[in-house]
Write a protein that binds this ligand. Structure first.
Ligand SMILES: Cc1ncc(C[n+]2csc(CCOP(=O)(O)OP(=O)(O)O)c2C)c(N)n1
Ligand SMILES: [Mg+2]
Length: 305
């Protein structure tokens, strides 16, 4: 577990702590976990497929968030892959448009996008622009590159769905860098004020932003205590521990509590490719031509462990 602490009375359940990657909660079916683990592996490999076309990109983030996206797209989200605009769907809003690599790979995993199309990433006339945008890509719900606005949009959708009597959920993936945006906290206050219990925010706490470590730039720790003070139900876990993420997200979706919910997911930039995990942590990574094959092999070895 990261350095995060939990406010009194809001301690995580044992299966939601994510203290270690080898302590799968007994309540979760091993086959279900394996299915999600395989999805996470393919999301990572497909993130590399896209990034290799450009030779660089937001690779560290795609690798760090693959486990969370696998839990969502292979398990938690209610979707109709053939009809991405189906009214009854859960909404997944990506605040951080630069995480597009990871989202496209997850949409391919969910069969919303054809896997073959991933190789067109960021090419002229592709439906997969470098930063994710709603108008271009099936399954992409918002254009999120201007940081700090995803949660406000999620609020509106969650309110609208409630008024329509829908039981769909709205998920918003935001970054730890976005916690430095005032608009995020305005949105957090609004969500609590309106009791948006159909809203689940997930913070990718990778301790990285454009100029260095988030905790050095503008520390938002204790992040859990801050969200709780804004009136949210809070969970925090190792975001690369699939069992822990699944336990937390399932709890956040099923609990009966009038508050909006947030999962703070502590993740590791470059996760799954050992030499990228060890490399100087960078917001935008370059990978040398001869390293792509090594990266694919590293993922294979990581998956086999
Ligand atoms: C409103 C706004 N300000 C600045 C930027 C430029 N920008 C793009 S990504 C980024 C880093 C933000 O932190 P985070 O999303 O945590 O970075 P990562 O973990 O991806 O390195 C910044 C400052 C932006 N897209 N939008
Ligand atoms: Mg970050």
């Amino acid at each position: 577990m990261s350095s995060g602490t939990f406010p009194a009375g809001n301690q995580p359940k044992e299966d939601c702590e994510g203290m270690s990657t080898d302590s799968a909660p007994h309540a979760i079916d091993p086959e279900r976990l394996e299915r999600i683990r395989e999805a996470a592996y393919r999301i990572r490999q497909n993130a590399l497929v896209q990034a290799e076309v450009q030779g660089q990109g937001y690779i560290g983030q795609a690798l760090d968030i693959a486990d969370v996206l696998a839990v969502l797209y292979a398990d938690q989200l209610r979707l109709e892959p053939a009809d991405p605009e189906w009214e009854g769907r859960d909404r997944f809003f990506l605040s951080i448009g630069h995480y597009a690599l990871a989202l496209y790979a997850a949409l391919a995993e969910a069969k919303v996008l054809p896997e073959e199309e991933l190789a067109t990433y960021a090419a002229d006339d592709s439906r997969l622009p470098m930063s994710a945008m709603r108008t271009y890509t099936p399954g992409v719900e918002i254009s999120g590159g201007s940081l700090g606005h995803g949660l406000t949009i999620a609020n509106g959708a969650a309110m609208g769905l409630k008024r329509k009597g829908s039981d769909a959920f709205v998920y918003n993936l935001l970054s730890d860098g976005e916690l430095g945006e005032g608009s995020t906290w305005e949105a957090a206050a609004v969500a609590a004020h309106h009791g948006l219990d159909n809203l689940i925010a997930i913070v990718d706490f990778n301790d990285q932003q454009a100029d260095g470590k988030s905790t050095d730039m503008l520390s938002m720790e204790d992040a859990g205590a801050k969200w709780e003070a804004f009136g949210w139900f809070v969970r925090r876990c190792d975001g690369n521990d699939i069992a822990a993420v699944l336990g937390c997200l399932e709890e956040l979706r099923t609990l009966s509590d009038p508050r909006p919910r947030v999962l703070i997911a502590d993740t590791q930039l470059g996760r799954g490719v050992d030499f990228l995990e060890r490399r100087e942590k960078l917001h935008f990574m370059k990978v040398a031509p001869e390293e792509w094959e090594l990266a694919r092999k590293a993922l294979e070895e990581d998956f086999a462990r």
